[in-house]
Design a protein around this ligand. Sequence first.
Ligand code: AMP
Ligand code: GLY
Length: 442
Amino acid sequence: MLVLDAVDLFADGVLRYMNVVLVGSGAREHAMVWKLRQSPRLTDLFVCPGNGGTQALARNLPIASSDLDSICRAASDHKADLVIIGPEAPLALGLADRLATNGIAAFGPSRAAARIEYSKAFAKQIMAERGIPTATAHVLTSRQEARDFIETSGERLVVKADGLAVGKGVFVCGSRGEAMEAVDILTASDSPLGKAGGTILIEERLSGREVSAHAFTDGRRVSPMPFACDYKRARDGDEGPNTGGMGAYSPALWLDEAMEGSIHQNITEAAISALVAGGAPYKGVLYPGLMITAEGPKVLEFNCRFGDPEAQVLLPRLNSDLLEICWATANDRLAEAEISWSTDACVAVVLASGGYPEEYETGYAIAGLKSVDPDVLVFHAGTTRQDGEVLTAGGRVLTVVAKAPSLSEARAAVYRNVQRLHFTRAFYRRDIAAPSENARTD
Ligand code: AMP
Ligand code: GLY
């Protein structure tokens, strides 16, 4: 790997200072804004649409992340040298391709490559082609077909919507009855998932610990990040419904180092090379979600962007300049970027609105933001600012993150600070990176 001095990276590009547009509005995007702000190369930073947290560090533009026309227009009006795309939805709509057509560099894969996330059936096809280990799955295109299939299956099944469902299209079932119910929910004419549930995957239910692998790639160099673990269920002890993610930690010290190398090579690199060979350019982050089973690591899903809340525990561990990495990725020069990681640990706890991931109320004042320790990070997700107050405006509201030499110190710091934050009906998990999971953490 060629590692040039940071100054050399831009020596021939003459692009020493950059205007950037970042797309998204979650705590992941607030973490990206916070990290980009540390770059000496950054001039103006705009966020479409951002949240109450990004507003303090950048200029929020009232443009939805699905409004591709307005994002492209804003990027050219504000002379953006780079657009960084946080969430999957605009990638699935083809934002990176549209920007490329307009001559604007983008950090984020093409629509053809993002398909690895927005179609689980396509992801399975890529994995079958490349021998990437994953749960055996059947793709079914109607309710009846799915029900007939379940009749002939075992009891331990996972029922998934093929398309994007913000973490809510997966049902892990313990009986055929539950699997039937899941099929009915996904195929209901008033399904909240709309077309995402039209095609269904029914998979064997795996057991093991979960881990999130992430890598930066420009389609040629693949640079792995440290591993992270997130907590998808709403309640302690992995109870309750699946959510977008309620907490995370990194590193995953329980993971065998040899296995890390093999995941990188046989899963992450293999998938990127399959996409690129299939004519789907990949520039951005690929994040395979894995389960470490008794038979080794198996892929649960591929994501075409940073995880949320994984980004909130990874970016504080990144020693290098995120803006340089994103620019190098977008311009096929990742091989020249310096990428190094801190050995410190990070723990993140999400504060959510009571009722999330189902119905919840918004508009409550958030108290205690000024009482948080100076070295603890509070990334906003569903927040807005009004008359000098920060109000709740979404399901996941804040991610509180602490960094320390060990996971147990980071965990103690994060929970000490979470307790200082208040809003009506706030809830959070109390078992993120818990000592009861010692083998899992320290
Ligand atoms: P996905 O969106 O596909 O990652 O699924 C969300 C969550 O459902 C995962 O993080 C797992 O906890 C669980 N899950 C998905 N697929 C399986 C599987 N085949 N076996 C067991 N659990 C699964
Ligand atoms: N943490 C899960 C996700 O971002 O998909």
